[in-house]
Design a protein around this ligand. Structure first.
Ligand code: NDP
Length: 258
């Protein structure tokens, strides 16, 4: 087998939560180009439909399932539907996420819990449902999209809920990796730095002065684009990383070095 064959996903089925836009869509398209059939799970039906058409144009099947990943019942229904259609699940990318930053002394319990639910509890719920399928198969690879915010507190904007959720994602990754390592299921994470998506779009279009700080603190002095996360994702989900579990790949233009 050649080294490039190890990166092939031909015959595999990959679920990407929030795969209808931003980083999730870039990863979904990258895994499709590597040969995987794709399932995207998110909330916005119009976005899901448009993304599914784009992914199918790459020559694979794409199933779009409306799913709120914070709701265990909806997650279970989505996973059952995927199993009914394909009979197996090989890859899960837990990408869905959001933010609602505020100073800690002004943050409501609701704002704290909302972010924890979307960024962290959802990763547990989807990993549990898909993990049960993968453990039966004795094979599978899960990638959690965490963040550089899981290892540093962003400066200058206060966002303790987001940072805490992402630190939790990194520890969830290590914990699941250890629990499932002997049973064929690998679990890893990616820590993106500032990447041009809807999450930071508003600041970009308003020319928010905070962007100058973000660029100054980034050794490469630029923001990433979603496509720059695809290589790390493909490595982690494919057989090229067969001895890699419980680890985190940081893709942040050097931000966490300073
Ligand atoms: P976007 O806002 O562009 O996309 C977020 C995705 O998550 C959307 O597809 C959205 O679905 C989905 N989503 C949100 N809530 C739910 C929910 N309850 N159930 C199902 N799907 C949901 O953000 P990014 O692409 O930038 O972010 C992707 C991941 O990368 C997130 O986990 C984020 O925290 C992380 N990240 C991003 C960074 C950045 O600078 N952009 C930096 C570090 C980490 P819908 O379209 O239906 O609303």
């Amino acid at each position: 087998m050649s080294i490039l064959d190890l990166f092939s996903l031909t015959g595999k089925v990959s679920i990407i939560t929030g795969g209808e836009r931003g980083i999730g869509l870039a990863i979904a398209k990258g895994l499709a180009e590597a040969g995987s059939d794709i399932v995207i799970a998110g909330i916005d039906e119009q976005n899901l439909e448009t993304a599914a058409e784009e992914i199918q144009a790459l020559g694979v099947t794409c199933m779009a399932v409306k799913t709120d990943v914070t709701d265990e019942g909806q997650v279970r229904d989505m996973v059952n539907a995927v199993c009914d259609t394909y009979g197996h699940i090989d890859v899960l990318v837990n990408n869905a996420g959001s933010g609602r930053g505020k100073a800690a002394e002004e943050m409501s319990e609701e704002d704290f819990k909302w972010v924890m639910d979307i960024n962290l509890t959802s990763q547990f719920l989807v990993s549990k449902a898909v993990g049960n399928v993968m453990l039966r198969q004795q094979k599978g690879s899960i990638v959690n999209i965490a963040s550089m915010s899981g290892v540093i507190a962003n400066n200058p904007q206060p966002q303790c809920n987001y940072n805490t959720s992402k630190a939790g994602s990194i520890m969830l990754t290590k914990s699941l990796a250890c629990e499932w390592a002997g049973r064929g299921v690998r679990v890893n994470a990616i820590n993106p730095g500032y990447t041009k998506t809807a999450l930071i779009e508003k600041r970009l279009s308003n020319e928010d002065p905070i962007l100058e700080d973000w660029l100054r603190f980034t050794p490469m002095h630029r923001f990433g684009v979603p496509e720059e996360l695809v290589g790390a994702a493909l490595y982690l989900v494919s057989d090229a990383s067969s001895f890699t579990t419980g680890t985190t790949i940081t893709v942040d233009g050097g931000y966490t070095c300073w």
